[in-house]
Design a protein around this ligand. Sequence first.
Ligand SMILES: [Fe+2]
Ligand SMILES: [Fe+2]
Length: 246
Amino acid sequence: MKKSDLTKAVEIADGIYWVGFDDPTAGFRCNPYILNDGDETVFFDPGSVPHFPMVLEKTLQVTTLNKIKHVVVTHQDPDLCSAIPRFEELVTGIGGAFDICTHTRASVLIAYYGTISNFYRVDANDWKLTLKSGRTLRFIFAPFLHFPAAFMTYDEKSKILFSGDIFGGLSFDWSLYANEHYAEAMKAWHENYMPSNHILRHTINKLDKFEIDMIAPQHGSIIPKKDVKNYIEILKNCECGEFYFE
Ligand SMILES: [Fe+2]
Ligand SMILES: [Fe+2]
């Protein structure tokens, strides 16, 4: 894997960019992503208020604000949603607009950030979003991981799974692409944020029918194709959550 310049937006696949930043003091890292499809930009989990200036700078390296048409948010947490009103202010200020793609149950909570955009409810739209080009994003329900109505997004064209909190990692030994310690980082994350192996396995089993070329989680590191199957197996067998009852 070639070394990436983390001070800039990093193209992780054709037209798809990581627009996060490298903070060596943070074990808890957030990864926003941009997908450009023609003149349509989809933003995945755009981030928080404190991260907004850095994410905006990188966003503007790879798209323009008027192209942002969809903001996909896997649930309502502030680390991925609280910057939405900042983006709305800029986008509507130039006459643009985007919808917020999320589950109905998350939309009820996201509105409390003071958002003004329309919601595109994945559960009311056959769990998919078709872009103008015909490209389809499929949403995979991931109940209780960790929000009751969480989901992941599979881009049929790139075969990338934007996995939200699932496949996330927690460590100070971070690299953009999963390193040899990522299994430990991923276990540390799931032990602390996911409720049980039973619930985790229920969703991870759904991935068997997808051909996945890359996993792009909202925390931790990106998992390249050669490691996808291995990390799926690790999560199927990951004991988590229940240790709180000991
Ligand atoms: Fe979360
Ligand atoms: Fe998160």
